[in-house]
Design a protein around this ligand. Structure first.
Ligand SMILES: NC(=O)C1=CN([C@@H]2O[C@H](COP(=O)(O)OP(=O)(O)OC[C@H]3O[C@@H](n4cnc5c(N)ncnc54)[C@H](OP(=O)(O)O)[C@@H]3O)[C@@H](O)[C@H]2O)C=CC1
Ligand SMILES: O=C(CO)COP(=O)(O)O
Length: 328
């Protein structure tokens, strides 16, 4: 990984486009693969009206719908399609991507049907390509506009994480590194569940105090689930975890928060932008049950989204749990 560096981005949505721009601005040759020709043409022109409306950006991303052209002789692949599509996208790379090329997983989620973390799926499908994750508080619109942003790049191989973080960093994107891949992945995946919950609290008009309590106790659940997976507590107190909770549990810019708001206001939930927390809440609740983890907020979000309980019933349930010490 020295000299001229080519980065391939898979996914032409908001985050794929923003990360491609960040990589371009960090001085790399950037190829972006999107499955539809309209997105390819728009990104080549310097816009992505469907996913980043109103943002004009510099030309220079080599966008294509030809997957082989996108990954040919590449140094690194950023996978930026929704979490539930990861398995099919990676399967499409089998036998085509050169071994050893790192796969940087940029989606935030847990596989709904299996409960597997995204890096586990990557290792299962492409065992010869080291898996890394990029996560943290970072709205695509902010990154695309070149606003200062900090994220964390994680891999089990500390040297790989550090090398990627150095490569990816630029004047407006600062990348920290971590060898706690599990912690970074879980922080990114689970914050979406709490962002939906925080949005629902806001949408239902339950007040700022309730919102602060929800986020704080959500963080306790995040740490409990993290501990069960072997994640380090300090990772979850970092950018992917606490940092991303702070961002997405307080801003209507977050699609998960906005989804929760719509839920709290009893608005129509059909045809909304991607909210990864919808899929993650169900599987996270199942994991909590299977591992006997105390995760009442995660379970409440899953039950509300399943239509099993109302927001009012969830609030009553959470408020009437047996009293206990805060640290328990
Ligand atoms: N947006 C953000 O601010 C951030 C997003 N993320 C994470 O990044 C991931 C992607 O989000 P984001 O880019 O915002 O989502 P968008 O909805 O903006 O875009 C999704 C992209 O994935 C493509 N896609 C969907 N399914 C497939 C598939 N089966 N094969 C190939 N391409 C597919 C879509 O293509 P098509 O248009 O053809 O459907 C589209 O280009 C999510 O996990 C999200 O949590 C992380 C940090 C910030
Ligand atoms: O993960 C994000 C910011 O860090 C984006 O959040 P949303 O997917 O909720 O918009």
């Amino acid at each position: 990984m020295s000299g001229h560096y080519t980065v391939t981005v898979l996914g032409g949505g908001a985050w794929g486009t923003a990360l491609a721009l960040a990589m371009l601005r960090s001085g790399h040759a950037v190829r972006l693969w999107a499955r539809d020709d309209e997105s390819v043409a728009a990104i080549s022109r310097g816009e992505n009206p469907r996913y980043l409306p109103g943002i004009a950006f510099e030309a220079g991303i080599d966008a294509t719908s030809d997957l082989d052209a996108a990954i040919r002789d590449t140094d690194c692949v950023l996978v930026v399609t929704p979490a539930q599509t990861l398995r099919s996208v990676l399967t499409g790379l089998k036998g085509r991507l050169a071994p050893e090329v790192p796969l940087v997983l940029c989606a935030k989620g847990i596989e709904r049907d299996t409960g597997r973390l995204l890096s586990d799926i990557a290792t299962e499908i492409l065992p010869d390509n080291p898996a890394a994750a990029l996560s943290g508080p970072s709205f695509a619109t902010d990154v695309a506009r070149g606003l200062p942003t900090a994220v964390v790049v994680a891999a089990r191989d500390e040297a790989l994480a550090a090398a990627l973080a150095i490569r990816f960093s630029g004047t407006t994107l600062r990348c920290y590194s971590s060898d706690d891949l599990t912690g970074v992945e879980l922080g990114g995946a689970l914050k979406n569940v709490f962002a939906i919950a925080a949005g629902a609290v806001s949408g239902a008009g339950l007040g700022a105090s309730a919102q602060a309590a929800l986020v704080t106790r959500g963080f306790v659940e995040l740490r409990r689930v993290g501990a069960a997976f072997g994640a380090r507590a300090e990772t979850l107190m970092g950018l992917s975890g606490l940092g991303d909770l702070m961002l997405t549990c307080s801003s209507t810019q977050s699609r998960n928060f906005a989804y929760g708001m719509a839920l709290g206001r009893h608005e129509d939930l059909a045809d909304r932008p991607l909210a990864e927390g919808v899929a993650t809440s169900g599987i996270a609740a199942r994991i909590a049950r299977e591992r006997d983890l105390d995760a009442p907020i995660i379970k409440a979000v899953a039950a509300i989204l399943d239509g099993a309980i109302t927001i009012n019933e969830a609030v009553t349930g959470l408020m009437s749990r047996p009293l206990k010490a805060e640290a328990d």
